[in-house]
Design a protein around this ligand. Structure first.
Ligand SMILES: NC(=O)c1ccc[n+]([C@@H]2O[C@H](COP(=O)([O-])OP(=O)(O)OC[C@H]3O[C@@H](n4cnc5c(N)ncnc54)[C@H](O)[C@@H]3O)[C@@H](O)[C@H]2O)c1
Ligand SMILES: O=C(O)C(=O)C[C@]1(C(=O)O)C=C[C@@H](O)C=C1
Length: 367
């Protein structure tokens, strides 16, 4: 498709959307706007956008598609600005914000003017921020929630999906309320838990500095998202306040329950608690990205000697198999460690498995 696509907010998500659109619509002109001149320059020099503009209003009036990709409070502000502008009559305005009710409410005056606004939320991301972390494939296989109101014609929704087909995401339509309720449980609330675990460790650290030095595997896994952008999460918590307050109450009840089992030394209930959680967690779809991103991981039991990682990566490089991530899991006392290699596709993972098995005696396994 041809046309001017304006991305307002050139961070991780705005940048990734721009790259995804461009790979399927090379004739479209990707125009970028950001309050940060630095992000704008970087987006231009990385080839994420074709043109960088200093004025949102001017570019918005010339755009065929407008993607609002700033933090949610700023997205509301951008929507207020759009209401006062003479936009093209067939423009599609969408956003990528992690909350939907307040944003869609803010878009009402636009909808009343007959402008197409379709709320959106690609349900994948990272704790990293900024355009340097943007990737065209970030949303592959992820759920991409759309929250159109009854004002929006079906053909406009189809047109937006066509623009976004390079994301290779699965589109799902929800009401803004449903969206905020579900996102509250599986995305927003977990971020407060991660941050609170880090606060707890920090308080203990004041008593014993070994705490952070020993913080390994499990703690790092469950708190990864505490490294996310605080500005973005502040705004999400302000937006989704009602759902989150409800979740705090339920969580406190949940903690009281499991606390009682532990206080009573009730081994059966404690076991059941973990078992039921494991069953539900293990049953979640693992090959689709989304709230829980899927990684094509391969685990390798490796002896702990210098050079073992370069030995393995060397074999993979010879067969031109690219690794997206590499990590030694847990510091263990025994002589074997577990190396976790992540790949972009299942095919790469299978090839890597055969390659390592053919060249070494190390055991490999897929979880
Ligand atoms: N990070 C994630 O995992 C994730 C996933 C899905 C959706 N989202 C949503 O996407 C949006 C962007 O998040 P991100 O992770 O890309 O953040 P980011 O920090 O990487 O990028 C945000 C960009 O917006 C710019 N910005 C701020 N105010 C602006 C304004 N008024 N006008 C134009 N640009 C402005 C910033 O300078 C920055 O470059 C947020 O609404 C967030 O809720 C984030
Ligand atoms: O993977 C991460 O780091 C994320 O936090 C991504 C995540 C999520 O909670 O799943 C964060 C916010 C979004 O709105 C969508 C995705």
């Amino acid at each position: 498709m041809r046309g001017n696509v304006l991305i307002a907010g050139l961070g991780l998500i705005g940048g990734s959307i721009a790259l995804a659109i461009k790979r399927v619509h090379p004739d479209a002109t990707m125009i970028g706007y950001d309050v940060s001149g630095e992000s704008l320059r970087l987006a231009r020099s990385l080839g994420v956008i074709d043109e960088a503009v200093p004025s949102f209003a001017h570019a918005a009036c010339e755009a065929d598609v407008i993607v609002l990709a700033a933090p949610v409070a700023q997205t509301e502000q951008l929507l207020r600005e759009l209401v006062a502008l003479p936009l093209r009559p067939d423009v599609i305005v969408t956003d990528v914000g992690s909350t939907k009710e307040r944003i869609v409410k803010q878009a009402w005056p636009l909808l009343e003017q007959g402008v197409t606004f379709i709320g959106g939320h690609p349900m994948a991301g990272s704790h990293k921020s900024g355009v340097a972390a943007a990737r065209a494939h970030l949303f592959e296989n992820a759920f991409y929630i759309l929250t159109p109101t009854e004002h929006v014609k079906e053909e406009q929704i189809t047109r937006l999906k066509r623009w976004l087909e390079g994301t290779k995401a699965h589109f799902v339509t929800l009401t803004p309320k449903e969206h905020d309720r579900i996102a509250g449980v599986i995305s927003h609330f977990p971020h407060i838990i991660a941050a609170s675990l880090v606060h707890q460790a920090q308080q203990y650290e004041r008593e014993d500095e070994l705490v952070s030095r020993l913080a390994a595997g499990g703690f790092r896994d469950i708190t990864r998202i505490a490294s996310s952008n605080p500005e973005m999460w502040r705004d999400i918590f302000i937006h989704n306040k009602e759902e989150l307050l409800h979740l705090f109450d339920r969580w406190i009840e949940e903690m009281k329950k499991i606390r009682t089992y532990v206080a009573d030394g009730d081994s059966e209930r404690i076991y059941q608690y973990f078992r039921e959680a494991k069953q539900f967690r293990d049953g979640l779809p693992v090959r689709t990205k989304g709230a829980i991103p899927s990684f094509y991981d391969l685990y390798v039991d490796v002896p702990d000697y210098p050079g073992v990682i370069s030995e393995i990566t060397g074999y993979l490089a010879k067969e031109r198999i690219s690794i997206t991530n590499i990590r030694i899991i847990e510091t263990r006392e025994d002589i074997y460690g577990v190396l976790r290699l992540s790949f972009q596709t299942d095919d790469d993972r299978q090839r890597a498995k055969h390659c390592i098995e053919a060249n070494t005696n190390y055991e490999t396994y897929v979880v």
